[in-house]
Design a protein around this ligand. Structure first.
Ligand SMILES: [Ca+2]
Length: 189
């Protein structure tokens, strides 16, 4: 539990991070911006809220629209949300097929009391973990987390996000990534 002062400090830090992310800089471009989002949901869990009030399911495309929700917004309002005891069966997937990337950072806005795994898909079609992220904040609802990698990832042809642990109520509102396009010489900064 955080005090109100600590929560305000946290929000100030988050605001600074978001401002930095929006600063024009080629090396920091969000390579997922505006890309199509596919929802892999074989058990039809997306849109189920387990009895929470007032759910408003967002279009999957909002996950790559570059817009963050207010910190602390209710988990199931204007988000892609699902209730499941097997959360990993839901994955949001963004294809990069035309421009494979070596990923240098990922940013996730999701429900603050869960752990989400960001994965990349190789040319051979295998998914491997890029980062586990818990978008924790002190006030509940939606939070933001960014992870910067010490070294660029191997080339990935798609990026996915799925919940791997939490309270069975999951939601994502924004997924961003920076990366270096794969060229003939590999990924050259
Ligand atoms: Ca949750």
């Amino acid at each position: 539990m955080r005090t109100a002062v600590e929560s305000h400090r946290w929000m100030a830090v988050t605001g600074a991070v978001l401002a930095a992310l929006s600063t024009p800089c080629a090396a920091q471009e969000n390579v997922l911006l505006g890309r199509a989002v596919t929802v892999d949901d074989p058990h039809h869990r997306v849109g189920t809220d387990g009895g929470w009030c007032c759910g408003q399911l967002a279009e999957a495309s909002t996950v790559t629209d570059g817009q963050f929700l207010p910190i602390g917004q209710q988990w199931n309002i204007d988000t892609v949300f699902w209730h499941s005891l097997k959360p990993w069966l839901v994955q949001l997937r963004v294809e990069l097929d035309d421009v494979p990337m070596c990923i240098t950072s990922v940013t996730l806005q999701g429900d603050n009391n869960d752990t989400y795994r960001i994965r990349g898909r190789t040319a051979a079609g295998h998914w491997y973990p890029l980062a586990n992220m818990r978008p924790v904040n002190g006030i509940g609802g939606m939070g933001v987390k960014m992870k910067v990698f010490a070294e660029p990832s191997a080339p990935v042809y798609a990026i996915g996000v799925a919940a791997i642990a939490g309270d069975s109520y999951y939601s994502v509102s924004e997924l961003q990534a920076t990366g270096i396009p794969l060229g003939d010489e590999g990924c050259v900064p």
